[in-house]
Design a protein around this ligand. Sequence first.
Ligand SMILES: Cc1cc2nc3c(=O)[nH]c(=O)nc-3n(C[C@H](O)[C@H](O)[C@H](O)COP(=O)(O)O)c2cc1C
Length: 462
Amino acid sequence: MAARVAMKFMKECFVSRKLKSNNITRHYCATASSSTNPPNIPKKVPHFSKKGRLLTGATIGLLIGGGAYASTVDEATFCGWLFNATKLVNPFFAFLDPEVAHRLAVSAAARGWVPIEKRPDPPILELEVWGRRFSNPIGLSAGFDKNAEAVEGLLGLGFGFVEVGSVTPVPQEGNPKPRIFRLPKEGAIINRCGFNSEGIVAVAKRLGTQHGKRKLETSSTTSSAGDEVVHGGKAGPGILGVNLGKNKTSEDAAADYVQGVHTLSQYADYLVINISSPNTPGLRQLQGRKQLKDLVKKIQAARDEMQWGEEGPPPLLVKIAPDLSKQDLEDIAAVALALRVDGLIISNTTIQRPDPVSKNPVSEETGGLSGKPLFDLSTNILKDMYILTKGKIPLIGCGGISSGEDAYKKIRAGATLVQLYTAFAYGGPALIPTMKAELAQCLERGGYKSIYEAVGADCRQP
Ligand SMILES: Cc1cc2nc3c(=O)[nH]c(=O)nc-3n(C[C@H](O)[C@H](O)[C@H](O)COP(=O)(O)O)c2cc1C
């Protein structure tokens, strides 16, 4: 593969060089013919000066040498090079307006202009949750691919799962721009996007096409008997979560989420009710005991009324805020256990401004804070929730993860899976393989043979 790419590259370089030289000759002939005595140069025969010949020779030599070297390199090494090369564009992205940079990144992933992870994940990272197999527990959290434009490209980067959304029933613009602010020194972002979404119909259309593809791939790779695979993503190339939001002006939140379930749940490996964005007025109140109970009951009923195949409906998760009191957490845990909620995502962004962020003037911007300064806050809530739910509900740890070591800490605090956004926005694709390798090392160092063994290790009595 490396050799093929190198040969193609050399061929392209050589052809473009040849074209260029032809142009030079033609140009030379044109100027020469306008003079009184045209030199006796045969048309379209390349002509190089001694210096030019030396340069061309050196370039071709280098390319042949490089190509020959590349051909001795295995696919894994070449893949590593490609991922590392993406670091070169990080400074360019940092220079752009955050939302423009984000748009560019999503477009690049949607067009497949990102590396594809060909190396298998370390076996110690593989796990099964909700009957779905994850090749690694590191996912991309909601908000990055809000409209499901780049699912294949993002999964191809090597995430164990990708969550799209939040998707609102009706398309909406979100808050006025600017609404995303970087705090690079702190490794943080403040956003007040306010659910900018193309809406459930547009997202369903996209996922419909992609889902068909996923299904096809799944059945052709896993089922030699040609059995129909009922749920496309299950054994597919990656797990897809769909995160549902509500419209700003809607007065009936439950009706919004139910619409999302009706239109999108057939494409999802898991569904998320996001009731924790700080940028939609009143949303976080849905985390109250009674409101949450009513809401979850309605959504579960809507999902269960639909026609499901053998595999059954997708699991339903609730995403909560990090700004909750002990009482709030107890209420949520009680509802989750009583209604058998399939999982909790802990957590969304915070409205707090912990040190050192508070010293940065950007911290005065309204919105939710994400990234490194959120790590401790969200990890403490994760631990509390693991204890309150007695380890009976799979938890997704999210908030401030920027390394494999961070992912390991979340797992020890009670997370079965983890997600990130901000560190990926800063670090780009190269971060993912690094994190996976680090996490595998951490687990081995801790004497664990699988992720299951490490889940909640810090919450258990010595
Ligand atoms: C710009 C931006 C937009 C986001 N949009 C959403 C969203 O639409 N829905 C959601 O559930 N979370 C959203 N989030 C929150 C992230 O999914 C995640 O929970 C949070 O950023 C904490 O993780 P991190 O510290 O790794 O970024 C958004 C975060 C950022 C930075």
